[in-house]
Structure formats: structure tokens, C-alpha cells
Design a protein around this ligand. Sequence first.
Ligand SMILES: Cc1cc2nc3c(=O)[nH]c(=O)nc-3n(C[C@H](O)[C@H](O)[C@H](O)COP(=O)(O)OP(=O)(O)OC[C@H]3O[C@@H](n4cnc5c(N)ncnc54)[C@H](O)[C@@H]3O)c2cc1C
Length: 287
Amino acid sequence: MIDIIVIGNGPAGISAAIYAKRSGLEITVIGKDAGALAKTDKIENFYGFVEPISGSQLIENGILQAKRLGIHLLEDEVIGIRYENGFVVKTVNGGEYQCKSLILATGVGRTTPKIKGFEQFDGKGISYCAICDAFFYRGKDIAVLGSSEYALAEVMDLLPVANSVTVLTNGETPTTQFPPEVTINTNKIVSLNGDDVISSVTFEDGNTLTIAGMFVAIGVAGSSDLARKIGAVTNGKHIVVNDTMETNIPGFFAAGDCTGGLYQITKSIYEGSVAGLESTKFIRNNN
Ligand SMILES: Cc1cc2nc3c(=O)[nH]c(=O)nc-3n(C[C@H](O)[C@H](O)[C@H](O)COP(=O)(O)OP(=O)(O)OC[C@H]3O[C@@H](n4cnc5c(N)ncnc54)[C@H](O)[C@@H]3O)c2cc1C
């Protein structure tokens, strides 16, 4: 079992790994790309850089620094986490990695679809976590909004309990193979309908699908999507943590943009450092 897994290789994740590594523990960082900084041309407000540095260069430096310190880096996308004698992290490439303590540093950005009725039924039949809420839809007809591996992971959690599962790609071409028992509907969605809770979806071609609930799994699993899978408390798209960056789940920490507040590199580095140190304390105190 790995000691600490950090999900995210941005400033928060790499800082967490660097600080945790000082204790001599085995650390693995899983990240899928350069995160928020990939879009940043010039960073001019970061202490110590006389000339501006690009976001992609800063990320590359962080990754090289982590590698030099013996931190194991894995390029992969996390699609699920669960607790089973430790934290188990599941990735798109089929890997399952078990660890004693987990640090989530996946930044922010949940994709909210611009569909009429979406906001009205958010939380009223629209859910973001199959493993948390599937139970409420036992024997019912359910839709999953999405077209990627992440959507597939949600489908696999729903299939054993739902009467039927329909994948709604909202005009996208699926990027993965769904099991044959799932219906794939690639029509564009015009509206979500219902009274108190969602009850149907209307498509551009005029057809309507009756559903009891809809699970949103667009693109990549966001930080709050992942956190909720093991019962961590969230506040909208942010993860709730205490002063030591620990969530309500012992041994499960979060850092950086995903905890809210100031979306800045300095804040992410600070929180990553605290999470890294506290995660090592957790392991020392519990093993
Ligand atoms: C256009 C723009 C300009 C900015 N300019 C500045 C600036 O000048 N100064 C400044 O201080 N801040 C700036 N920021 C903010 C700064 O980029 C963020 O505050 C900082 O990058 C947050 O760090 P983080 O580690 O929390 O998240 P991120 O940097 O977003 O890193 C998240 C990491 O998580 C990974 N990840 C996400 N989901 C998954 C998944 N499911 N599986 C595996 N890995 C996953 C990503 O690949 C990435 O490695 C800017 C942001 C933007 C968008």
C-alpha cells in the first residue's frame, strides 16, 4: 500500500508531495494535465520571479522538482475514489491504487451544462455522485449526462440498482464504449422538465424521455464530485476543510483552488504544504 496519494499535479498537489516526502514516506502524485496554469501566459505576481514566467513553465518546473526529490508521478485521470481498508483511487487507465492517506488537489471547475431547467432541478433529481445517491433510484429509470470514461464509471455504479440507464450525450460523440444494456441518446437536449423534481428530458428532435433522476458526469470528475464519493462535506464546488486541510473524513485532505477562497498560486502552495505535513502526521499517529 502506498503511504500517500496526491490527486493533482498543480501547485497545491506538488507542494503537498514535496512537504510530505521530507518524512521519508512513499508518495505518488496522479495528475492528468497542467491544470489551471496551462492557460496562463504570464505570471507577474509570484514572489521571487524578476521576469514573468509562463504557467506551463512553472508547472513543468514543479514536476521536475518533484521527480528530483524521488516523488513518483503518474499521468492518469482519476474517475473514482472509495474507502476499503484505506483509500482506493481508480483511474481511467484501469489502475486501482490503495493508500493510507489521500490528498485531493484537483483545482476547481465543474462543468455546468447550459440546459433549460438545469438550475431549477439541481439537487432535485439531479445528482453528481452515483455511489452516494444510487440507492434512492432503486428500480427506477435514470439518465447519466456525459459521454466520457467518467460517465461510464457513474453508469457502472447505477446499473446494478436502476431499472434502466440512458446515457445522454447532449450532442457529443461518446468517447468510450458503454455496456450493451445502456441506451445511448446523442440528441441535443432542449429542456429538463418536472414539477418539484425532474421527471423528463425533451430533445431537439421533439422526443421526450421520462426519468426519475439524472446524474451529471461531464468530462472529467471534478474535485467536489470525487470528494463526495467518500462522503466528504462539500459547499457547492468547494471541499470543506479545517485548519489542517483535513476534510470530515480522517486521513483525507484537500488543498488549493478546490477548497475555495483566493484562487492564487501562493494560497495553493500554502494549503498543499499544510496538507502534506498533516497527512504524514496522520500516518504516523494511525499506523
Ligand atoms: C487564466 C488564468 C490566469 C491565472 N493567473 C494567475 C496569476 O497570475 N497568479 C496566480 O497566483 N494565480 C493565477 N491563476 C490561478 C492559479 O492558476 C490557480 O490558483 C492555481 O493553479 C491553483 O492550483 P491548484 O493546484 O489548486 O489547481 P490546478 O493548478 O488547477 O491543478 C489541478 C491539478 O489537478 C489535476 N486534475 C484535475 N482533475 C483530475 C482528475 N480527475 N484526475 C487526475 N488529475 C486531475 C490537473 O491535471 C492539475 O494537475 C490563474 C488562473 C487562470 C485560469
